[in-house]
Design a binder for this molecule. Structure first.
Ligand code: ATP
Ligand code: MG
Length: 395
């Protein structure tokens, strides 16, 4: 099959070809083309060293911060196209960085350093196409795609020992693609889970999120719970409900780790926003959730994104029905549309109004709190008149 290249990739391939360089597509895009899915990015590999590669793009913006690793990035029509010199890798003594990376002119050596057979194929580029008939596939990637298998290139135990992150990547691809992990690869992954100790937590977290978001997350996480627990540093509380949760990784990780979720995310150095979400959602799990006022109070605590996560989790746990979830989220939407106050700052009466009426110091804060509570409980509407009535009644 001749796979037509997107315009910027085609332009890059033509420039390289003009410089006498045979370029290949490599990595995930090859896997996706062969399995009939659309690639989300296109990685190009070449036998030329970076300076020769760069010389094919006179007048174009080049990003050269990856040159040490052989990567020249070229800006074409606003897109960043990465072109990397074939590399072969020496040993790994620290379980994460190869001791020596050397450039090579041999595509097979470049493919040999890659993690899984399905990721270790290359398609030569010619005339604006990637010709899949000419795919370099020294490790049986095509067969493994048709058998739906994740299998290490070479000896699985050695490959996972070199780089512990591959253990998580095996789970990620299995979860996202719905491929089984081949038996020896799976055994070695379980035995090498401890190698995750020498991998950066940020990278573990990236793979854990992608694993959690996969269509097959529930079965992968259930089968490899030991690896997941090593990666997360906490015990998984439940896996079965994952299948009923939407593919949002944060929702699924909160479901998986329950009240431990904030600690897991902290350990994995996730953003404050994610940790905050996990804290707010887990703390809100046991609060009342039925009826307008309860939903309003949850909306105040959680905001519109996290309240959806809360109800998605409650549904997945079977605490509420799909109808109850839908009606609660409908109520939340309606509250947002009607611009109800979500904090004291949204009240129709301001601190300065209260000050003019003679309130001072802590009285102002306490009064605003009281007014806000009156609005939330339905005792007053958020209008100046209603709120003035309340403050006049009892200063
Ligand atoms: P995605 O669709 O998520 O981009 P991908 O397969 O392209 O998947 P990347 O992380 O972008 O994954 O890596 C690109 C390629 O580099 C992989 O397909 C694989 O060939 C190789 N690779 C990436 N990480 C490793 C690793 N830790 N060990 C060996 N090879 C790796
Ligand atoms: Mg990729």
């Amino acid at each position: 099959m001749l796979y037509p290249l997107p315009a910027p990739v085609k332009t890059a391939a033509e420039a390289l070809s003009g410089g006498g360089i045979q370029a290949y597509l490599v990595g995930g895009c090859v896997r996706d083309i062969i399995r009939g899915a659309s690639p989300h990015d296109f990685d190009i590999a070449v036998p030329s060293p970076p300076d020769v590669t760069a010389a094919c793009f006179p007048g174009r913006t080049l990003i050269l911060d990856g040159v040490k690793h052989g990567t020249v990035a070229v800006m074409i029509s606003g897109e960043k196209i990465e072109i990397t010199t074939f590399r072969s890798e020496g040993g790994y003594s620290d379980g994460r960085h190869p001791d020596a990376v050397s450039f090579t002119k041999d595509i097979i050596s470049d493919l040999a350093r890659r993690d899984f057979t399905v990721n270790a194929m290359a398609i030569p580029l010619a005339g604006g196409y990637a010709d899949t008939e000419k795919t370099a596939d020294p490790f049986g990637g095509r067969d493994d795609i048709s058998r739906r298998l994740i299998r290490c290139v070479g000896d699985p135990y050695a490959r996972f020992s070199e780089d512990g992150l591959r253990v998580m990547r095996a789970l990620r691809f299995s979860s996202v693609l719905g491929y089984d992990i081949e038996e020896k690869t799976a055994d070695a992954a379980v035995r090498c889970a401890c190698m995750l100790g020498s991998v950066s937590r940020e990278r573990i977290a990236d793979e854990l999120y992608k694993t959690a978001a996969g269509d097959h997350a529930e079965s992968v996480i259930d089968r490899f719970s030991g690896i997941i627990e090593t990666a997360a540093g906490a015990k998984a509380q439940r896996t079965e409900p994952l299948r009923y949760a939407p593919p949002d990784p944060l929702t699924r990780l909160i479901l998986l780790f329950g009240s431990e979720a904030p600690n897991v995310l902290r350990r994995l150095k996730r953003s404050r926003a994610d940790i905050g979400t996990a804290m707010r959602v887990t703390e809100a799990m046991d609060l009342p959730s039925r009826g307008r006022e309860a939903v309003y109070r949850l909306l105040i605590r959680l905001g519109s994104g996290d309240i959806k996560r809360l109800f998605d989790i409650k549904l997945a746990l079977g605490e509420i029905s799909a109808d109850e979830r839908a009606s609660a989220l409908e109520t939340a939407d309606e509250l947002i549309r009607s611009a109800v106050p979500l904090s004291e700052g949204d009240l129709a009466l301001r601190g300065s109004d209260l000050a003019k009426m003679g309130y001072s110091g802590t009285q102002i804060g306490e009064t605003k709190k009281r007014l806000f509570e009156a609005v939330v409980s339905g005792e007053a509407r958020n209008t100046r008149d209603d709120l003035l009535k309340l403050v006049r009644k009892s200063p």
